[in-house]
Design a protein around this ligand. Sequence first.
Ligand SMILES: Nc1ncnc2c1ncn2[C@@H]1O[C@H](COP(=O)(O)OP(=O)(O)OP(=O)(O)O)[C@@H](O)[C@H]1O
Ligand SMILES: [Mg+2]
Length: 455
Amino acid sequence: MAARQHILIIDDEENLRHMLSVMLSRQGYQADTAANGAEGLACARGKVYDFILCDIRMPEMDGKTFLARVLADHPTTPVIMMSAYGTVDTAVECMKMGAYDFISKPFKKDEIVMVLKKAEERERLKSENSRLREVVAGRNGFSGIISRNPAMEQIFSQIRKVADLKTTILVLGESGTGKELVAKAIHHNSRRSAKPFVAVNCGAIPENLLESELFGHVRGAFTDASCDKPGLFEQADGGTLFLDEIGEMPPLLQVKLLRVLQEEEIRRVGAAKSLKVNVRVVSATSRDLEADLRCGRFREDLFFRLNVFTILLPPLRERIEDIPLLVEHFLTAHAADMERTQVRIAPEAMRRLMGYAWPGNIRELENVIERGMILSEGGVINETCLPQAICSGAGQGVLPESDEDLSIKRAEDAIERELIRKALHKTDGNRTQAAKILEISHRSLLYKLKEFGIS
Ligand SMILES: Nc1ncnc2c1ncn2[C@@H]1O[C@H](COP(=O)(O)OP(=O)(O)OP(=O)(O)O)[C@@H](O)[C@H]1O
Ligand SMILES: [Mg+2]
């Protein structure tokens, strides 16, 4: 069911306000009223309206002034001016300033409803259109990966260059940064795109099953092997195999995987002969693989095989300019899933989202938006619809209250400093452990301590 559309009615005539409000409520709108432009602005500050109906001649603040002020804050809100006798010229001026439409007073009831319905349809088409355009042009990203961040754009161009080669690629990044999305983008932009993309989470399959899962088995190879079964490598033949959580791969299988990658053939468990396979391997991990190398948990030779080309995804807190884009993206995507329309986010809530450190990165943001949509009232996600941690916890106070200093670098430094201080406090100053919970290397922790002058 479509969410109710919110409308603000601004007119100094009480009778007209009342009449419009009753009529539009009956039509299914959620209507608020204001007696002049100043009151109207106050309403628009606390809420996002789908439409605003505004009289032109009013005491305190007239319609034209209101229009200029409201468009400065909400440039896309459709404002429909109501012009009485003698204000038609002003109405035309308002149109030039960006008013959506105007209607002459006196009007019949169905006239105003028709203007609104038409505007509603036009807005719907407009948002649908721009969404499609964005998808097609990939303006805000690449292959479903939304981002306008320079580091990410560089990754997009790397993907374009490397997609068609058979090079094995290792995708690194914190949990929820989009590693699987990148693996899919590599596949879809390669000549292999018509062949299967097969993903396997190496950490989720019990060690004793992983080998037959990857390479298949023949009948009788073990107790449960009642028939021949191809493995994931065979299923991905001609396409791409995504080995997720590669850091979880048990040592014995690391050896076997290395051999498969070198020889480009697999042997099903229990089989006598090997089979040629043509598979492009992309692997990913959120673990610190280099630390695993050092302590011998991960084989160096396999690491170099997998890591011919590395893509390192920056965490969301290093690309906060992407947050509004991602929010918009998830609002649209989930609106389609939930069969709802027009859920928006209040500016204050957006500010909170941009000030939060996002340890779970984009996946966490996606969940927060989905939850926010469920809790939203009147089609708006307010601060109250956000989890406590975002409104009060980590990251608070890091973003400047005013917009005098908008340096991302300085805000990032402040977040980092705060997190490092917390980690050191939690570990009683143990730097090795602090580095671990900060998910950075020991070396980069030492470097940052020096940089920030923390001892
Ligand atoms: N840039 C992005 N644009 C749009 N959606 C994104 C982006 N990055 C991630 N997502 C979405 O966020 C969720 C998490 O992404 P993904 O599963 O690729 O992360 P991951 O790095 O593999 O996480 P994990 O390490 O936890 O497995 C997915 O639903 C994905 O579609
Ligand atoms: Mg993943």
